[in-house]
Design a protein. Structure first.
Length: 528
């Protein structure tokens, strides 16, 4: 009898037979024998540090944009440098790598249509402080240990400024990238994307926020200024001496014991009894957050990755896979004088302390936010079937992950035409959730549908095991990252707009992305 387990092993063999190069199997190695002792978060006093807020980036002046018919645009320079930062009152400072001196890095704030140039200057030390696994593709012993390239996640960015994973620079070098910001208002984020070590660089702290605003959004009179609070969530293994620990060799799942919000462990935020706009990013390497508040606290989700939803949605939970964002409104008015904790399934994250005296609240939570036209399936000129695959090594453990059974270095197979719309059917053959992200574009989720993976892999025939489920109401806006559940086909409809050129799509579980759940794709100029 073939059990499901042995079937998964078989399917790995099938994948191997289907042309995965031998070198891939080099990755079959032993686990780290012992890892250093790490902090048990229960030993740390909670809510003793105020929530830090990101520092705003300031332009140095103006420079001519690459499209030089335009006026000069704001110019920024950000230094990538090592620093140390206290993650908690009772811990020694932690060594981190930063964009501009803190984690999260400096925050950009701009307007729809207002382009800008950022010069990213690599001032990092020559050696990495986290263990580089040279067996991982793109991080071979012949490559420099410290390499970085910046990507603006969710940005509609020309290819030469998008941060192609192989276009890294080394300490002492810098790269000026142009961000046109010709896209709707939303919360983006920027982070490292260097091939083979992205997981280490982001874990080290190379991530930051990037907000695009618009006049339409301003007219809604949502809570703003100090009543708009970004929350960047990630987790880490923290050693007893306060330093970060990251497993070696490569492992498919890395989840830290310690939760951080804006770079602090268990912070608190003093709030007034009124509405707040809370903008959450899951910047964790591989953790899925399921956020909630105590009973009686209403959370309205007003936006997702690529901007506002059509209307606010009252939610009891906010589920965010790596790289997803949620725009929330929480009204603290009914909770004067209370302490309310933001929770996840696994963690308590932080505390809101609501002051007692009533305050005026001129901000609004409008009943409708904007029009999001649903793209019809018939708008698509092409449908691609793309599998998400796991390669097993031996009885247990993972040798790597692939998209469509194709490693990174194989020539480009996905070539949509600029201006056309396609449906991508993402068929997850694994038992993990994979957050799939496409650079350049925004898309809409059509549906998710469970299927019989066993039958599909053994006979090649597709048998669905249930009806197609429409996306959650909170996913009905524009997205750039989609949660693809195990043994499920997730369909997205994608207009390829903006620029032609070479981009990437990948799983945003950073351990998967690095080994090698990432593929280049090319947008072809129309008429080619
Ligand atoms: Cu968040 Cu390829 O990126
Ligand atoms: Cu991206
Ligand atoms: Cu994945």
């Amino acid at each position: 009898m073939t059990t499901r387990r042995s079937f998964l092993r078989q399917s790995a063999t099938l994948v191997a037979a289907a042309g995965v190069p031998r070198a891939f199997w080099r990755l079959a190695r032993h686990r780290a024998e012992s890892s250093p002792p790490v902090i048990d978060p229960a030993s740390l006093e909670r809510f003793v540090d105020p929530l830090p807020l990101p520092v705003l980036a300031r332009p140095l002046g103006r420079r001519a944009a690459p499209e030089n018919s335009r006026e000069p645009v704001p110019f920024y320079r950000v230094s990538l440098r090592a620093t140390s930062q206290k993650l908690h009152r009772d811990l020694s400072p932690t060594n981190l790598w930063t964009y501009g001196g803190s984690v999260p890095g400096v925050m950009f704030e701009t307007q729809t249509g207002q382009g800008q140039i950022v010069e990213w200057e690599n001032d990092l030390p020559p050696r990495h402080f986290l263990p580089v696994d040279h067996a991982v593709h793109g991080a071979g012993p012949d490559t420099p240990e410290v390499r970085t390239v910046v990507h603006l996640h969710g940005g509609k960015t020309p290819p030469e400024s998008d941060g192609y994973p192989e276009e890294w620079s080394v300490p002492g070098q810098s790269r000026a990238y142009y961000y046109p910001n010709q896209q709707d208002a939303t919360l983006l984020w920027y982070h490292d994307h260097a091939i083979g070590i992205t997981r280490l660089n982001i874990y080290a702290g190379l991530l930051g926020l990037y907000v695009i605003r618009s006049e339409e959004e301003r007219q809604l009179q949502l809570p703003s200024g100090k009543y708009e609070v970004p929350l960047v969530l990630f987790d880490r293994h923290v050693r007893l001496d306060g330093q970060l620990s990251y497993p070696y060799p490569w492992m498919a799942e890395v989840r830290g014991e310690v939760p951080l919000v804006n770079g602090k462990i268990f912070p608190y935020l003093e709030v007034e009894p009124r509405k707040y706009r809370i903008r959450v990013l899951n910047a964790a390497n591989g953790r899925l957050y399921r956020l909630s508040m105590p009973d009686g606290v209403e959370i309205y989700q007003i936006g997702a990755d690529q901007g506002l939803l059509p209307a606010p949605v009252l939610v009891t939970q906010v589920e965010l896979a790596s790289a997803e964002r949620a725009d929330l409104i929480i009204d603290f008015a009914p909770h004067r004088g209370n302490r309310l904790q933001l929770l996840d399934d696994a963690f308590t994250l932080m505390e809101f302390r609501v002051s007692a005296a009533p305050v005026a609240d001129p901000s609004k939570l409008p009943a409708t936010l904007r029009t999001v036209v649903r793209i019809t399936e018939s708008a698509a000129i092409k449908t691609r079937w793309l599998t998400l695959d796991e390669l097993k090594k031996g009885m247990s453990g993972t040798a790597g992950m692939l998209l469509n059974k194709t490693p990174w270095h194989v020539p480009i197979t996905e070539k949509p035409v600029l201006g056309s719309t396609e449906i991508w059917e993402l068929a997850n053959l694994t038992e993990d959730v994979h957050p799939i992200h496409l650079h350049l574009v925004r898309f809409q989720i059509l549906d998710r549908r469970r299927f019989d993976v066993f039958q599909y892999v053994s006979t090649g025939t597709l048998r669905y095991r249930g009806p197609a489920i429409p996306p959650e109401v909170s996913e009905m806006g524009w997205k750039d990252t989609v949660r693809v559940d195990p043994q499920t086909v997730t369909r997205i409809v994608v207009p390829f707009e903006g620029y032609s050129g070479r981009y990437v799509w990948h799983c945003h579980n950073l351990e998967h992305e690095d080994n090698e759940m990432m593929r280049p794709y090319a947008v072809l100029a129309a008429g080619n």
